[in-house]
Design a protein around this ligand. Structure first.
Ligand code: COA
Length: 265
């Protein structure tokens, strides 16, 4: 089988270190802006990563020190001619963000610089966000006469609340990493976002993979339903974890005061 880090893309790079895959958006000349080709390559890369049973966590980052992703590629906006084109672009971006947000493994955004527009929306599709000290985050679309179209109007309020989300979107202002941390927009701030993201991934990888995956499913499905419906989902998925070998292993390891060795079964 082809090794993940042997795959060749123009605008995306994959590196694999043991169970951690790092997907780097690599268009530094345009501050890693998401043009159509890059979006399509991200989708292909994510498909390949998920087929690799060795990979237990994915980190998404941007190349260089300046930008994570500075948004959708504005130079391609001139080709958009009307309602239909705009809707198609939004749906194409939303598909890729949905593909990422529904992965069964933890996905961490290592925000190493500007995360604007589609860049912040990409980070919002990840499970956890780590920002470098100098990162700047924002949804500047209204300043371009647009609204966020890759999930920003939906995922941002779900993450930080309606009032904060509307403030950020309507002012189109950029927030610094420390402010983003204060409002829960990012989980961690570190001098080196990628190093910290690896630490977070390693902590997650110590836990039972099926349980980790089902937590993601419970949270994701639960956010789209009522509390009552969400609790039913939780009970069903809890039941599934009780049927795993890893549950037996976790309990046995605790009772025998030894580290658990999970097999993902
Ligand atoms: N789409 C296409 N190209 C982009 C881009 C984007 N979203 N963001 C940056 N670039 C390009 C610039 O056009 C420039 O290219 P050039 O060297 O060929 O002129 C290059 O990346 C460097 O950007 P520049 O603007 O010169 O850097 P800066 O340090 O002065 O400013 C930003 C950095 C991020 C503040 C600024 O680039 C910016 O505002 N980008 C657009 C952000 C945005 O509105 N995103 C949402 C799109 S919906």
């Amino acid at each position: 089988m082809t090794q993940l880090d042997e795959l060749e893309f123009d605008n995306v790079q994959i590196d694999q270190h043991g169970p951690i895959a790092v997907l780097t958006i690599n268009r530094p000349r345009a501050l890693n802006a998401l043009n159509a080709d890059t979006l399509s390559e991200i989708a292909q890369a994510v498909n390949m990563i998920i087929e690799d049973a060795e990979v237990g966590a994915l980190i998404i980052t941007g190349s260089g020190e300046k930008a994570f992703v500075a948004g959708a590629d504005i130079s391609e906006f001139g080709d958009l001619e009307g309602v239909y084109d705009g809707r198609e672009l939004a749906l194409a971006g939303q598909d890729v963000m949905h593909q990422i947000s529904s992965l069964p493994i933890p996905v961490i955004a290592a925000i190493n610089g500007y995360a604007l527009g589609g860049g912040l929306e990409l980070a919002l599709a990840c499970d956890v966000r780590v920002a470098s000290t100098g990162a700047r985050l924002g949804l500047p679309e209204t300043g371009l006469g647009l609204i966020p179209g890759f999930g920003g109007t939906q995922r941002l309020p779900r993450l930080i609340g309606t009032g904060r989300a509307l403030d950020l979107i309507l002012t189109a202002r950029q927030v610094r990493a420390d402010e983003a941390l204060g409002m829960g927009l990012v989980n961690y701030v570190a001098d080196n976002a990628l190093t910290k993201a690896r630490e977070v991934a390693e902590a997650m990888l110590k836990n039972a993979p099926i349980a980790v995956s089902l937590v993601k499913e419970a949270v994701r499905r639960g956010m789209d339903t009522t509390l009552e419906g969400g609790l039913e989902i939780e009970a069903d998925l809890f039941g599934m974890t009780v049927a795993t070998k890893d549950f037996r292993e976790g309990v046995d390891a605790f009772l025998n005061k030894r580290p658990a060795e999970f097999q993902g079964e």
